[in-house]
Design a protein around this ligand. Structure first.
Ligand SMILES: CC(C)(COP(=O)(O)OP(=O)(O)OC[C@H]1O[C@@H](n2cnc3c(N)ncnc32)[C@H](O)[C@@H]1OP(=O)(O)O)[C@@H](O)C(=O)NCCC(=O)NCCS
Length: 205
């Protein structure tokens, strides 16, 4: 059993607790967060991230950041030196043999990571999301539940593709961009832009 600490104590952390239990092979020793309930699904809150070094000295081998906010997750990921950083792949996900998954990334139940697709470090491919062949998902990005990236599309670092949104083949969404839920993205989205609608246009324009 690999001893694992999870950073986060919200809804996303609860999902990861059940996901690591479904994977098997992990002993979840506790959660770290600035605030939160004393316990989540039977896993105790041990304190905040300042406990990491003591846990490492106590023999905790692995750490996982389970925080939904992309920028916060990217920042916390920088604290994990010295720990193994496993990817979390639900047994009910489909990952193509030629796909590549970065450290600390998660593939949720019923998600599909297609042929030669690449999921960046600390990225989230959420429940039922589909990243088709040759899609590139950047570091700490999030493809929300039911979203679809068609072949050769790309989602930039820390970008959010909202629930149920779809991206045309080969279209690139920039770093830190936000795509509203239900959007149809037919052309490239610049870094940091916020778009939504069918077809997707800048929000508030
Ligand atoms: C795009 C989004 C981030 C905007 O949220 P917000 O910052 O709170 O902004 P508001 O709700 O005030 O909306 C801002 C504008 O965008 C519009 N808008 C919001 N959501 C939209 C959508 N899904 N499609 C089209 N337009 C949308 C609003 O109508 C509003 O337009 P207005 O300025 O003309 O009134 C949010 O609606 C969204 O889609 N988030 C993604 C949720 C998601 O999938 N999370 C993953 C969970 S696992």
């Amino acid at each position: 059993m690999t001893r694992l600490v999870i950073i986060g104590a919200g809804g996303h952390a609860a999902v990861l607790i059940e996901l690591f239990r479904a994977m098997g092979g992990f002993d979840i020793v506790g959660l770290l967060a600035q605030s939160g309930p004393a316990e989540v699904l039977g896993v105790k809150l041990l304190g905040d991230e300042s406990r990491l070094e003591a846990l490492r000295r106590d023999g905790v081998e692995a750490a996982f950041v389970a925080v939904g906010d992309n920028a916060v997750r990217a920042r916390l990921a920088g604290l994990l030196q010295g720990f193994a950083q496993p990817a979390a792949v639900h047994p009910a996900a489909f990952v193509a043999p030629s796909a590549v998954i970065g450290a600390g990334a998660v593939v949720m139940a019923r998600a599909v990571l297609g042929t030669r697709a690449r999921l960046g470090r600390f990225a989230i491919l959420n429940t039922g999301a589909i990243a088709e062949h040759d899609v590139v998902l950047g570091e700490a990005c999030h493809a929300a539940p039911g979203s679809v990236l068609c072949g050769h599309a790309a989602l930039g670092a820390r970008a959010l593709l909202g629930a149920g949104a779809a991206v045309r083949p080969g279209v690139r969404i920039g770093a830190d961009a936000v795509v509203a839920l239900g959007a149809a993205v037919t052309q490239d989205v610049p870094d940091g832009a916020r778009v939504g609608g069918v077809p997707a246009r800048p929000l508030g324009a």
